[in-house]
Design a protein around this ligand. Structure first.
Ligand code: PLP
Length: 373
């Protein structure tokens, strides 16, 4: 099948794999605790990778800690903040966040934190003014994702960051879908905490990072041997970290060539399948994503029929459930239309042939489904 699900995960780039391999076998030392060459070499490799990863987002390497992925980074950021400041009990976030943020917020609610869920417009965007309007004296933090995983919609994080800094409120962003796809520079966007993950940018699964701006309080979530400057214990995943570093070094957020392919696919489907609509802003959007809804077809039937392309409907991370996407619903899209929506997400290894095949294939299947319904 043609793989068009890069927002779910990406293949490891061969250059990343090559960089990782020695750290599984010959150079297997423990980066944290060894008093010998094996450990020192591993520690040096980790620090080199930390520089590469920090550089990708404009951070200082001391402000970056490695985690198992963006889910853990979000948990550490938000729970860590609220546990460190028990007197402030209000969080502001958005309805269209990933479950890895919304479920943390829901858990905090069971612990007495009150959460404001901002509503987006029909294009999936919020404004800094909405954030300003939701601030309260007991607001501790604001969490707004940089780019949405389902629609690719970009939020005005720079404006929100500036507002939060001025208001004395911590600003966290889940930038899992943004790093490697748009320029991410934490100082300019006034970010205090930023989550991201290697497997969305051609690195391995199970390794991610949390950027923690100097001075940001975080209560520990993982107690133990005091790794990562005491902020996240556990023996470091050296091959994963080295791979993440290499992936960040290779990442080029200029996706203008990929945007041409995405546009070809989107325009082609829109003209071949009358009534198709794009979900989310087309102006403020990642260059690799097209989320389309096909009226007059059954969504599940459509996904089943599309067996020769790997795409997703709704969030890949919750694909076990058959509920319509909470992201599309939050944008005011009906359940029926949300069900009949498909996310195409392109990536580094997508070819023009992939796109031409997908175009003909999707148009054919939707036409068949409509005829039979
Ligand atoms: N946040 C966003 C926006 C995502 O797209 C994902 C992955 O789907 C995650 C968090 C979870 O990342 P990880 O798989 O590294 O835990």
């Amino acid at each position: 099948p043609v793989y068009l699900d890069y927002n779910a995960t990406t293949p490891v780039d061969p250059r990343v794999l090559e960089a990782m391999l020695p750290w599984f076998t010959d150079q297997f030392g423990n980066a944290a605790s060894s008093h010998h060459l094996f450990g020192w070499e591993a520690a040096a490799a980790v620090e080199e990778a930390r520089r590469q990863v920090a550089h990708r987002i404009g951070a200082h390497e001391k402000e970056l800690l490695f985690t198992s992925g963006a889910t853990e980074s979000n948990n550490l950021a938000i729970k860590g903040l609220f546990e460190s400041s028990p007197d402030k009990k209000h969080l502001i976030t958005v309805r269209t966040e990933h479950k890895a943020l919304l479920d943390v917020a829901a858990w905090l609610e069971t612990r007495g934190v009150s959460v404001t869920y901002l509503e987006t417009d029909t294009e999936g965007r919020i404004t800094a003014d909405q954030v300003a309007g939701a601030l309260r004296p007991d607001t501790l933090a604001v969490s707004v994702m940089w780019a949405n995983n389902e629609t690719g919609v970009l939020q005005p994080v720079g404006e929100i960051g500036a507002l939060c800094r001025k208001a004395g409120v911590w600003f966290h962003t889940d930038a899992t879908q943004a790093v490697g796809k748009v320029p991410v520079y934490v100082p300019a966007a006034h970010i205090d905490l930023l989550s991201f993950s290697a497997h969305k940018l051609y690195g391995p699964k199970g390794i991610g990072a949390l950027y923690v701006r100097k001075g940001t309080p975080l209560a520990l979530q993982m107690h133990g041997g005091g790794h990562e400057r005491g902020r996240r214990s556990g023996t470091l995943n050296v091959p994963g970290i080295v791979g993440f570093g290499k992936a960040c070094e290779l990442a080029d957020p200029d996706l203008s060539a990929l945007a041409l392919l995405r546009d070809e696919l989107e325009r082609g489907i829109l003209s071949a399948v009358p009534g198709t609509r794009v979900n989310g802003s087309v102006k403020y959007r990642l260059a690799n994503v097209s989320n389309l809804s096909f009226p007059d077809v059954d969504g599940e039937e459509l996904l089943l029929q599309l067996s020769r392309i790997a795409v997703s409907n709704g969030s890949a991370c919750t694909s076990a459930s058959v509920l319509p996407s909470h992201v599309l619903k939050a944008m005011g899209i009906s359940d029926e239309r949300a069900h009949a929506s498909i996310r195409f997400s392109l990536g580094r290894f997508t070819t023009p042939e992939d796109i031409r095949f997908t175009l003909r294939y999707v148009a054919g299947i939707v036409a068949d489904l409509r005829r039979s319904s």
